[in-house]
Ligand binder design. Structure first.
Ligand SMILES: O=C(O)c1ccccc1N[C@@H]1O[C@H](COP(=O)(O)O)[C@@H](O)[C@H]1O
Length: 249
């Protein structure tokens, strides 16, 4: 298992304050997306594989190419975002693409995490999404098992009333976030309708000692659902993420 505070952390975050939160932007599909996100101040970029019918789903060769392009920027770490629980498949993807961050965004059970760490020892940072609906975390009975399995970070995101996960654009109430993370011991990322404008709603979350950053889809895009550099750099500045001080475009 990688300790997220040090190894496996994007270089620019290690160079700055070790507690500087990270900005992850999800769903890149082209080299131009990678370039825009790197220029605009993102730290992590989500690449989708194993998200059936997802609007940013990519074939494996394209994931490998974009992961390589992200690393080549020197400031952007690729994250594989997946609903898959097939550990053989995920190990193959890791080996083929060189991606070291995995975001398990569905309801993959704890043994998936244990198996992946055993398959690629000491190299993976595994992010497990915890889904909240109406103040209740669907995975709450299993958070301790996820920790024992070697999860490196939790990611808190919304599940809608009709069961949709990912890119909901729906905010989580800060008290619900704090209550859940205080029942766990791991560092965490925050998702769910995060924008530059709603940073003020999350003082308690951003001030939490285990807060490690934000994960954004909707608010990083324009009305045509294309990434927008100004929105990404606004996010970096509003949330004072690791590269907010840079002259980002
Ligand atoms: O964006 C999606 O549709 C998606 C699909 C499958 C897995 C993850 C996905 N995105 C995640 O959605 C949240 C942020 O969404 P938003 O800012 O509320 O629109 C984030 O965790 C992304 O990784």
């Amino acid at each position: 298992m990688v300790t997220p505070d040090t190894e496996g952390w994007p270089a620019q975050a290690r160079r700055g304050s070790p507690s500087a939160p990270l900005l992850k932007v999800c769903g890149a599909t082209t080299p131009a997306d990678i370039e825009l996100l790197a220029q605009a101040g993102a730290d992590l970029v989500g690449l989708w594989l194993g998200v059936p019918d997802g609007h940013a789903e990519l074939p494996l060769p394209q994931v490998a190419a974009l992961a390589s392009a992200a690393r080549a920027t020197g400031c952007l770490q690729p994250v594989l975002v997946t609903f898959s629980a097939d550990t053989d498949f995920l190990r193959h993807v890791v080996e083929h693409t060189g991606i070291r961050w995995l975001q398990l965004h569905a309801y993959q059970p704890p043994p998936v995490i244990k198996t992946l760490h055993a398959a690629v020892p000491g190299q993976l940072t595994i992010v497990k999404t915890l889904h909240l609906r109406g103040g209740t975390c669907v995975e709450r009975p299993f958070t301790a098992a996820y920790e024992r399995a070697g999860t490196d970070l939790f990611l808190l995101d919304t599940v809608t009333d009709d069961g949709r996960v990912g890119s909901t654009g729906q905010q989580l109430p800060a008290p619900d976030v704090c209550a859940l993370v205080d029942d766990t011991t791991l560092p965490f990322l925050l998702a769910g309708g995060i924008s530059a404008r709603n940073r003020a709603d999350y003082d308690s979350v951003a001030g939490h000692p285990r807060f490690r950053g934000i994960d954004v889809d909707t608010a990083a895009r324009d009305e045509q659902a294309e990434f927008e550099a100004a929105s990404v750099s606004d996010l970096a500045r509003a949330w004072r993420t690791a590269r907010h001080h840079e002259e980002v475009t």
